[in-house]
Write a new protein. Structure first.
Length: 207
């Protein structure tokens, strides 16, 4: 549990550095993290209330979601010269409902773990964004790989700090050493949806 906290603190440090150095991304950092928490925490309680098993969302888990959401929402701008710009485009929220509905539906009809549910729901949410805001396609793909880089770097720092891998490799069937394949897909899918989500909901663009 202590090592888990170290991993969170390392990612929090990346979040904090971004917040200090990029004033233009502060709103998106906070918004991205807050939106992720407000999506995942309620749906976890809903799944549990409907009689399906759900992991208890701890304070540490909530903090991790906040940090990860913020980094996913801003990784593209951090790694590129692009910036968030105001436009007259429409504000949209359908992607949020698609994400939530997909997660709940998968919980009831497929025997998938919470991580696989999140991956599939993120892809569904991203496809919804693309249908309504195809202009965000390039940014979402680039952002997915940018966030993957941040995610992998954070856990490599964790490995260097504590001298062990965060996952039990004996239980894995498909890995990209030292990361389980599902962890990499989680980072990619979250980046796909979360990179353009702020602009999608607020009617802004990345240029």
């Amino acid at each position: 549990m202590q090592n888990y906290l170290i991993a969170i603190l390392l990612l929090l440090a990346l979040w904090g550095i971004t917040f200090l150095l990029r004033k233009d991304l502060r709103k998106a950092l906070v918004w991205g993290g807050g939106a992720y928490v407000l999506l995942i925490v309620p749906v976890a309680f809903l799944v549990k209330a409907l009689g399906k098993e759900a992991e208890v969302v701890s304070i540490k888990g909530t903090l991790l979601m906040f940090v990860v959401g913020g980094l996913a929402a801003t990784a593209y701008e951090v790694f590129s010269p692009h910036k968030i710009q105001s436009t007259k485009k429409h504000h949209h929220i359908i992607s949020i409902f698609v994400f939530l509905a997909s997660y709940v539906a998968i919980t009831f009809f497929l025997p998938w773990s919470p991580l696989w549910r999140t991956i599939a729901s993120s892809v569904m949410g991203w496809l919804t964004i693309m249908i309504q805001r195809l202009d965000l396609l390039k940014a979402s793909i680039a952002g997915a790989f940018a966030f993957l880089t941040v995610y992998v770097a954070g856990f490599l720092l964790y490995h260097m700090a504590v001298g062990e891998i965060a996952w039990n490799l004996k239980n894995l069937t498909a890995i990209a050493y030292p990361f389980p394949l599902k962890e990499l897909l989680y980072a990619l899918s979250l980046g796909l949806m979360w990179t353009p989500l702020y602009e999608y909901i607020t009617g802004k663009s990345i240029a």
